[in-house]
Structures are given as structure tokens and as C-alpha cells.
Design a binder for this molecule. Structure first.
Ligand code: SIN
Ligand code: FE2
Length: 217
């Protein structure tokens, strides 16, 4: 792992930890704007409330989800897809707030991917004990575009594996404000989240919120 300290345009300093070729953690990248980011998330979920999706195999996902942007990631008995319409409301997903779009673009650039313009932001809510199984993000059309993943609230252990499901995983502690970026040769690496340990965060209580930005189309 290589560490690299750099100053960004604000007052914060961020550690960039290289996880693999094409993958890095930007420590604290979302901290400076955390209250504005959380206010934007609250506005989105007031319009598109969190829900527990069902996998194609019929299992209820323990992580609750919502979306904003031109496309939202959904799962149901028919499979996984990006949909411009929220199936719960029949309305388009709420637009992606500017503060989120900007965070995603800046983080992608710091991770080595210029001009990232996400059209989808998946919002995941984890409660104590919930986890996300190892998976690849592969429902997007263009794998030259990276994934930007923002952690808010209580700490979690991010599992970052290889290109095969049974490759050994790195176990990466992520705390409030950390951003993970992966793309290029790392774009299709398996990843997941270990069961969330009970903890308390001043802004989010017992929860962890994760924002995953993607270019779906
Ligand atoms: C995801 O892979 O969609 C989310 C990862 C995370 O919650 O950190
Ligand atoms: Fe993912």
C-alpha cells in the first residue's frame, strides 16, 4: 500500500491510500461538506424513501436503498437494472443534488479518473448487523468509467477482493467522510461490506450511509 499526503482545494488534508492499480481510498474527502451532503441525502430520501429490495432469487436485501440522478439501480424478481423511474412512486428519481455531483467528480479526479459525470447515485443505508455480500458492479454500460463510493456515519469494514469471487479480500476500515474510488484495471473487482458493528455517530446515530456514484449509460 502506498500513502500520499496532499492538500485539496479546501482546508482539509486527505490521505490517499492506494489499494491496487486503479483503486484508492481518499481519507476524509467528504468531511468538509458533510452537513451539506447529509442535508442533500435527507431531501432525496424524503421524496424516494429507503426500501428493502428483493434479489432475483427472492431474498430481501438487508441494506435499505434509494437513488437519485437520471437512473436508479433496482433489483427485483426479474433481475438487476438501472431504471429512470422509481418503481415505488412511479415518478422519476429525484435529481442528483449539485453538492453530490461535485463530490463525485472531484473524488474521481483525485483517484485518477478525469471528467467523471455520474448519472446514478445509489444510496445504501446500513443498520447494525447488516452487510453487503461480495459482488461486482457490472450493470453499467461503460467499464472505462469508475465507481466512487462515499462512507458516512458509523465505521464499516469494506471488503475489497480481486477479479475472481474467491480471490483474497483486503479488509479496509472506512469511517465517516472516506471515499473509495476504483476503475480501470480494478473496475470489476469484487467488493462488499462486513456486518456492521453497533456504534454511534454524532450526525447519523447508529447508521451508516453509503453513496455509490456510477455512470450507468
Ligand atoms: C456497494 O457496493 O454498492 C456499496 C459499498 C459500500 O457500502 O461501501
Ligand atoms: Fe458495489
Amino acid at each position: 500500500m502506498t500513502l500520499d499526503l496532499f492538500a485539496d482545494s479546501g482546508e482539509t488534508c486527505t490521505w490517499r491510500e492506494e489499494l491496487a492499480a486503479g483503486a484508492a481510498v481518499l481519507r476524509g474527502q467528504a468531511l468538509a461538506n458533510d452537513t451539506a451532503i447529509l442535508a442533500a441525502v435527507r431531501e432525496v430520501v424524503a421524496q424516494a424513501p429507503f426500501r428493502h429490495l428483493v434479489t432475483p432469487g427472492g431474498l430481501r436485501m438487508s441494506v435499505a436503498m434509494s437513488n437519485c440522478g437520471m437512473r436508479g439501480w433496482v433489483s427485483d424478481r426479474h433481475g438487476y437494472r438501472y431504471d429512470p423511474i422509481d418503481p415505488d412512486s412511479g415518478q422519476p428519481w429525484p435529481p442528483m443534488p449539485e453538492v453530490l455531483r461535485q463530490l463525485a467528480g472531484e473524488a474521481a479526479a483525485l483517484g485518477g479518473f478525469q471528467a467523471f459525470e455520474p448519472d446514478a447515485c445509489l444510496i445504501n443505508r446500513y443498520e447494525p448487523g447488516t452487510h453487503l455480500s461480495l459482488h461486482q458492479d457490472r450493470d453499467e454500460r461503460d467499464f472505462s468509467q469508475p465507481i466512487v463510493s462515499v462512507s458516512l456515519g458509523v465505521p464499516a469494514t469494506f471488503l475489497f477482493g480481486g477479479l475472481r469471487r474467491d480471490d483474497k479480500c483486503l479488509r479496509i476500515p472506512l469511517t465517516h467522510g472516506d471515499v473509495v474510488v476504483w476503475g480501470g484495471p480494478a473496475r470489476l473487482r469484487y467488493h462488499g461490506v462486513a456486518p456492521l458493528k453497533p456504534a454511534w455517530h454524532a450526525l447519523l446515530g447508529a447508521q451508516r450511509i453509503n453513496l455509490t456514484f456510477r455512470k450507468a449509460l
